[in-house]
Design a protein around this ligand. Structure first.
Ligand SMILES: NC(=O)c1ccc[n+]([C@@H]2O[C@H](COP(=O)([O-])OP(=O)(O)OC[C@H]3O[C@@H](n4cnc5c(N)ncnc54)[C@H](O)[C@@H]3O)[C@@H](O)[C@H]2O)c1
Length: 325
């Protein structure tokens, strides 16, 4: 079994090459849309006393001849102790024998593949003339969202809001290494951009409906567990809602709270991003629609990215091979 540390995964797909992950994740959505893969919804364990949770995310692709399982935590208080909010490992198994092929860091892959999903959604759902991006939340995930979207859309202006201004400085420094410029702005201005990405752990709506103009595409990324939400539900009522997966989104995505209150039902959901990528559903039909992509994170995004990393590691002789049994 090949062991790959975070440093080794980063060596194989540095942030400067996030476009490769965007393409790979687009392929994962395509296969999901066509029904060519197997993926039960992720399961959760809640550590209520420790304000955190642990998720197990398996999936299988016949084409890749591989299954992948990610074990990932979300602990919002971790940064106070200099630990990341999200940490993960991914195991790849050979479909033919079931044998484990690789164990690799999944923390960095989670960041890259989540940013990539936002970029794929923006490619298919934002209006063609979109050139401004607003981001609410300047934590770890915002780096990947901005890098991925910038890799496929020529953005002229990127503005960011965070309750903690220091996070914006750190983000700005990281992005300057990729020659990407951002500026600080208030939440209302950030919400008025062509593409709006929300990526905070908020448990109550922070973006108001009045701030969101016709034609906006929103990537709602932060809500990925029961009780989390970032958007005023009125925005959802005005929008075409596209989920990554109905079972996951209704349980833990941006729509989970409005669904539990009966404000949104399954009938209000337009379809999945996979269906749009596969051409089964049209997606945006005019420049005045508001589109919302509810991203909860698919195990398939991890599998397709991790498989690419694994093949590249074998080719380049990176990683440590160990006999596990
Ligand atoms: N959809 C997915 O696939 C996916 C994947 C990874 C992470 N996430 C989620 O995305 C969120 C962000 O993850 P991260 O790793 O960037 O976390 P992080 O802790 O690194 O960053 C969160 C940022 O949000 C800011 N913030 C908190 N409340 C805010 C508010 N009300 N207004 C503005 N800013 C606020 C914080 O100051 C911080 O800078 C988490 O909820 C995480 O669970 C989703």
């Amino acid at each position: 079994m090949l062991i790959l540390s975070q440093e080794e995964v980063k060596q194989i797909i540095p942030l400067t090459e996030i476009k490769k992950v965007v393409d790979r994740v687009e392929d994962a959505f395509l296969k999901y849309g066509k029904g060519e893969v197997d993926m039960p919804p992720k399961t959760y364990l809640y550590f209520k006393k420790d304000n955190g949770d642990l998720r197990v995310m398996p999936s299988f692709s016949e084409e890749l001849k591989m299954a992948g399982t990610k074990i990932v935590n979300v602990h919002p208080d971790n940064p106070k102790n200099n630990l990341p909010t999200v940490g993960a490992v991914i195991v790849l198994n050979d479909a033919k024998t079931g044998a484990p092929l690789a164990l690799m860091d999944g923390t960095y892959i989670t960041g890259m593949r989540t940013g990539a999903a936002g970029a794929v959604a923006s490619k298919y759902l934002a209006k063609k003339s979109a050139k401004t991006l607003g981001v609410v939340g300047a934590g770890r995930q915002s780096l990947f969202q901005i890098a991925a979207t910038s890799s496929i859309i020529k953005l002229q202006d990127i503005c960011v809001y965070d309750t903690n201004e220091k996070s914006i400085e750190v983000l700005s420094n990281e992005l300057s290494k990729l020659n990407i410029k951002i500026r600080k702005a208030g939440i209302e201005e950030v919400s008025k951009q062509d593409i709006l990405t929300t990526t905070t752990p908020s448990r109550s709506p922070i973006v108001k409906s009045d701030w969101v103009a016709a034609g906006t595409h929103i990537n709602a990324v932060g809500a990925d567990a029961e009780g989390k939400e970032e958007l005023d539900p009125t925005i959802l009522k005005r929008a075409k809602i596209i989920v990554d997966d109905w079972a996951q989104a209704s349980h833990s995505g941006e729509i989970n709270v409005p669904v539990s209150k009966g404000i949104i039902t399954k009938n209000d959901i337009y379809g999945s991003l996979g269906e749009v990528v596969a051409g089964i559903k049209t997606g945006r039909e005019n420049d005045s629609e508001i589109t919302v992509f509810d991203s909860t994170g698919l195990a398939l995004q991890d599998l397709f990215t991790a498989e690419m990393v694994y093949q590249e590691a074998l080719k380049r002789g990176i990683g440590k091979d160990i006999k596990i049994f």
